[in-house]
Design a protein. Structure first.
Length: 208
């Protein structure tokens, strides 16, 4: 994950009123903490921060340049959103250092296709790993290719990039392969038949 440079300003107003004024100015109230340092209250440009989070999520590393001349590398630790306006209310940022290893939760994506007439039940969408704070993967992968009903995908089955260590229990269940409900199988079959019939109709029309 590449770093994103972002500017910030120190915040001198606190409380709900100060936070509202910060947001009205197009900025996100945030706090920087970690490494035994005194927490620093800052304001981030809302548009730039939103774009970075959409791209990198909770593993995005920010290179924050504060207008008072200081700087910090940080990872988002907690984000409070307004579900109606889809805006950011507040952000907690954890200060990190280059080469430092941190424990983070990374999204897990399943690849491949399980055996026919099966259904995949997701038990955990993320996996806790230990990795260099500035080299966090944006996602991890685990294959379900050809798995039969009754199979489990565990943390031990997830492919870890070089330099990334498992922090969770290796037996943590990520996904379970089950027998698909009869209705789902029938619906899938009907859909396939419908597609086949449509293709035959198009072929007949072309010949006519």
């Amino acid at each position: 994950m590449s770093e994103v440079k972002i500017s910030a300003e120190p915040r001198t107003e606190f409380g709900k009123g100060g936070a509202r004024r910060t947001r009205r100015a197009g900025k996100v109230p945030a706090v920087l903490y970690g490494h035994g340092e005194k927490p620093r209250h800052i304001a981030l440009p809302a548009r730039e921060f939103a774009a970075a989070i959409r791209h990198g999520g909770m593993t995005q590393v920010f290179n924050i340049e504060i207008s008072d001349g200081s700087a910090a590398l940080a990872l988002p630790k907690a984000i409070q959103r307004d579900p109606i306006k889809d805006t950011f209310d507040h952000v907690d940022l954890l200060v990190v250092r280059r080469g430092e290893k941190v424990t983070v939760d990374i999204p897990v994506q399943l690849t491949g296709e399980a055996a026919r007439d099966t259904l995949i039940m997701h038990e955990s969408s993320t996996l806790s790993v230990l990795a260099d704070a500035t080299k966090l993967p944006d996602h991890l992968e685990a294959s379900i290719e050809g798995l039969e009903a009754g199979s489990h995908v565990t943390a031990a089955d997830v492919q870890l990039p070089a330099g990334v260590e498992l922090a969770a229990d290796s037996e943590l269940v990520i996904a379970v392969v089950t027998v698909a409900p009869t209705g789902a199988v029938e619906a899938e079959g009907a859909e396939a038949e419908g597609a086949e019939a449509g293709a035959e109709a198009e072929s007949a029309a072309a010949e006519a």
